[in-house]
Design a protein around this ligand. Structure first.
Ligand SMILES: Cc1cc2nc3c(=O)[nH]c(=O)nc-3n(C[C@H](O)[C@H](O)[C@H](O)COP(=O)(O)OP(=O)(O)OC[C@H]3O[C@@H](n4cnc5c(N)ncnc54)[C@H](O)[C@@H]3O)c2cc1C
Ligand SMILES: *[C@@H]1O[C@H](CO)[C@@H](O)[C@H](O)[C@H]1NC(C)=O
Ligand SMILES: *[C@@H]1O[C@H](CO)[C@@H](O)[C@H](O)[C@H]1NC(C)=O
Ligand SMILES: *[C@@H]1O[C@H](CO)[C@@H](O)[C@H](O)[C@H]1NC(C)=O
Ligand SMILES: *[C@@H]1O[C@H](CO)[C@@H](O)[C@H](O)[C@H]1NC(C)=O
Length: 502
């Protein structure tokens, strides 16, 4: 090759390299990376966002994470008898890959669930009882419900398989500008329709029997979301996946993931309530001013990018007001569903369940059917977040720690019905998850140019992993939008694209 040609090639390649670098490096209009990013909320959503933002924007940017209460948010523990118990989000599925990855990176340990039998109570008696015999259980299910449960299992598996595509898309750096775009890329219009259609309708169409829906599906929806079988099919499927085997939790408490991610992200933690986010023009672009109150001060500061990682629905009362946005930011529709977690230390009243002799009561968890007047959703013997080698569940004749979920705080007479006597009751009153059906809309992800909202994903499904998926998506979205790499956002036909990229 003559020298001049190779020199030309060399120069050409420099030009091209220069161009690609301009495309994929820190190059907004004025070429500068963001200097400050704010994340509001230090639950799993906010802390995972901080972590992914750090990964994508690099070590220079300052990341401030605001939290008005405790790191962890809806991942929280209460202490009974010097042991901690999960009062909020407790179980993690083995296919929740972001959560798994966090635990691995943070050097945390898995806490396996301790075996225990489950039964379904209809207010009068148990209608379904798990036994020691796997084959017998299978036979009973078959006898009672025909092939419903096989159809159901296949349906959930198919949805899970499609959902798992998100990890590939995210690993390749693709982002989505809305929850709709994200769902559509995973499962097409089928997934979108599942956010509108009711679970019961979808299952009936699938050929699952009404009896199976009432006796098996409804109790699972009640324990996971405190709601009935009218919830959308998509969140129903998320909930059913969480009712399969291979569940785990984090040794020491799930909230350890949140504090760990804050450290890993080298985020600047600010204990404060954000009160106002206002828009300010700065040359060609804008900045967001966050006003916040700490225990002692009222402060404000400017940010290039802001991520809100807490629900903005009215009845959750984030206390944030938006100013200077023209037109005004839309109100976020819908409301959250109340679920009360009572951690009770005492003696279960097995007579109430038809077992006068507690020694004969074989169940660790009681689920319930959707029966009018039934005052609790579930009651289960609870395991502490630290499980020692010799740990065993307490027998029903001994004093034990139980977790009861109910739609309202338990009245004294209700406690006296479920428990013969008790030493203590600790109540956590959650605005727990969306009240599905209170709006038909999926909330927006981009509220304004560089102002993002994480918790809209909960209206597709509310779970730790869903918040983590949304966190990764927002970090990617913010990064690509800042750098104007629009080809990485809302790409169609990703399955095909990714195959050819490899
Ligand atoms: C009882 C219960 C059981 C559950 N069970 C499971 C389960 O088994 N498995 C599962 O995967 N999921 C479960 N979930 C759901 C799961 O807990 C949530 O989906 C997840 O924790 C939501 O995390 P997040 O970070 O998005 O929101 P949050 O955890 O709510 O975090 C938002 C944070 O923002 C803070 N904040 C709000 N406003 C402001 C402000 N103005 N300024 C500063 N900070 C502010 C709040 O204090 C809060 O800490 C359960 C939830 C509940 C309540
Ligand atoms: C989703 O609903 C739309 C409109 O009702 C319909 O056209 C489409 O075929 C549905 N998708 C699937 C996969 O069922
Ligand atoms: C489920 O609950 C909602 C209220 O939250 C109610 O409107 C609906 O009729 C219930 N559905 C069933 C099947 O009971
Ligand atoms: C519980 O587990 C966590 C994580 O492994 C550990 O840091 C903590 O010290 C443990 N606490 C107790 C009381 O054993
Ligand atoms: C226990 O349940 C039985 C049967 O429902 C009820 O009669 C009794 O009042 C309950 N409470 C106690 C403390 O036994």
């Amino acid at each position: 090759m003559p020298l001049c040609t190779s020199l030309t090639l060399y120069l050409l390649s420099l030009v091209f390299l220069g161009e690609t670098r301009g495309d994929s490096g820190f190059a907004p209009l004025d070429g500068a990376p963001p200097s400050k990013i704010a994340v509001v909320g230090a639950g799993i959503g906010g802390t995972a966002t901080a972590h992914f933002l750090r990964q994508h924007f690099g070590p220079e940017v300052r990341i401030d994470v605001f939290e008005r209460k405790a790191v962890g948010g809806r991942l929280a523990t209460v202490t009974v008898n010097q042991q901690d118990y999960e009062s909020g989000g407790s179980i993690i599925h083995s296919l929740n890959l972001h959560m798994q990855d966090f635990v691995k990176q943070l050097g945390l340990k898995y806490r396996k669930s301790v075996a225990g039998k489950t039964a379904v109570f209809n207010g009068k008696e148990f209608i379904l009882e798990e036994t020691d015999w796997y084959l017998l259980d299978l036979f009973r299910l078959w006898w009672r419900y025909g092939i419903s449960f096989i159809r159901l299992q296949m349906w959930v598996e198919e949805i899970m398989e499609k959902f798992m595509r998100i990890y590939k898309y995210q690993a390749h750096g693709y982002a989505f500008s809305s929850v709709e775009e994200l769902l559509h890329s995973l499962g097409g219009t089928g997934f979108l329709n599942m956010t509108h259609r009711s679970l019961s309708e979808s299952l009936l169409e699938l050929g699952v029997s009404q009896r199976f829906i009432d006796e098996v599906i409804a109790p699972i929806m009640r324990v996971n979301y405190g709601q009935n079988i009218s919830i959308p099919a998509f969140v129903g499927a998320v909930s059913l996946a969480g009712a399969q085997a291979n569940l785990w939790a984090v040794e020491g408490g799930n909230k350890l993931v949140c504090s760990g991610l804050l450290k890993l992200a080298k985020a600047n933690f600010i204990q404060a309530q954000v009160t106002t986010i206002s828009l300010h023009l700065k040359g060609e672009s804008h900045q967001y001013e966050l006003s916040y109150t700490t225990q002692t001060d009222k402060v404000s500061d400017f940010y290039d990018i802001v991520v809100i990682a807490t629900p903005l629905q009215q009845n959750v009362n984030s206390g944030i007001s938006f100013q200077g946005f023209e037109p005004q930011l839309p109100d976020i529709a819908g409301f959250y569903h109340q679920t009360v977690a009572s951690i009770v230390h005492g003696y279960m009243n097995c007579s109430y369940f038809g077992f006068p002799d507690p020694k004969l009561f074989p169940f660790a968890s009681v689920l319930t059917t959707d029966t009018p007047g039934l005052f609790f959703n579930s009651a289960a013997s609870a395991c502490p977040v630290n499980i020692t080698a010799g740990f065993r569940r307490k027998q029903p004749q001994e004093a034990g720690v139980y977790k009861v979920f109910s739609p309202k705080p338990l009245e004294k007479n209700e406690l006296k019905t479920l428990f013969k006597s008790y030493y203590s009751v600790q109540v956590t009153d959650w605005q727990a998850y969306p009240h599905y059906g209170s709006t038909q809309e999926l909330p927006p992800v981009t509220l304004h140019d560089s102002l993002y909202y994480l918790n809209g994903i909960e209206w597709a499904g509310s779970a730790m992993e869903m918040s983590s998926v949304a966190a990764k998506n927002i970090a990617l979205l913010a990064y690509h939008r800042w750098n104007r790499q629009l080809e990485m956002i809302d790409q169609k036909d990703l399955m095909h694209k990714i195959k050819t990229e490899l």
